[in-house]
Design a protein around this ligand. Sequence first.
Ligand code: BV8
Ligand code: ZN
Length: 249
Amino acid sequence: MDVPEEIVALARRARRVTVLTGAGMSAESGVATFRDAQTGLWARFDPAQLATADAFRRDPALVFGWYAWRYAQARSVAPNAGHRALADWARIAEVRIVTQNVDDLHERAGSTVLAHLHGSLAAFRCFACDRPYAGPVPDAAGADGRVEPPRCAACGGPVRPGVVWFGEALPARAFADGVQACRDADLVLVVGTSGLVYPAAGLPEVAAAEGVPTVELNPEPTPLSRKVDHTWRTTAAVGLPALVAALAR
Ligand code: BV8
Ligand code: ZN
């Protein structure tokens, strides 16, 4: 796989690289992206309709069942060559990962993640009192995929996934760290995101406003494609390993 020369040159010079990743980063691990057709059971739901507090209030077992299924799926897959390439790159440069993903595949590939902008599938907490829930996550779904959420030991409230739902504020610290990591980088890579969900989608523009070179890795064009300096039609598990290998040459 030949890497565009100008991208290799930028990566060679970069001492501090910020990588903004979205669902496309996990696609080659077998995790359906957010806007691809949801497989099987979830084909008939629009994910954005399920990823809200209102949906949880209306039908907690349906929403909890969706997340229990995604939590089990995330644990059943493995990091891909793209996740591993970022962990390798961190041996020769400072690589800060700012992800919209709620899986832990970057961590399982050996990376530390600076910011999970949209929270984490593994961080369950009480919907009523916010206390963290560390008990077992039931995944015995009924035929319709519904799973009754466990109850909070302290207040009896229903347990929710520790992800950021639409209409909810992003964790302030994670977002602030993401903004800073775009401001003071030598290079920002945007990998596998459709650039539709704000405020995360605004981060590449934060970098561009500071004159930081920006590169998008995505097999498809996105609204970000015309806002970045270079867009490379490749995938995470093909492009990232090729780029990191080119640095070693
Ligand atoms: C907030 C967690 C305010 C849950 C998620 C109108 C206009 C503008 C904004 C809004 C609006 N109406 C509402 C809003 C705000 C809203 C928003 O932006 N909506 C959009 C849809 C218009 N944003 C919010 O609500 C945010 N909160 O604004 O709060 C506020 C402020 C203060 C106080 C109170 C409230 C919260 C947004 C977070 C929502 N939670 N996830 C869960 O996971 O269930 S977002 C969800 O979409 C996912 O987490 C994902 O991270 C995110 C973005 O998706 P992508 O990662 O980009 O994935 P997608 O499938 O879309 O694209 C995949 C890409 O990969 C594609 O481009 C594809 O080509 C590419 N690809 C595929 N295969 C590969 C690949 N790339 C590389 N390699 C491959 N192999
Ligand atoms: Zn509680």
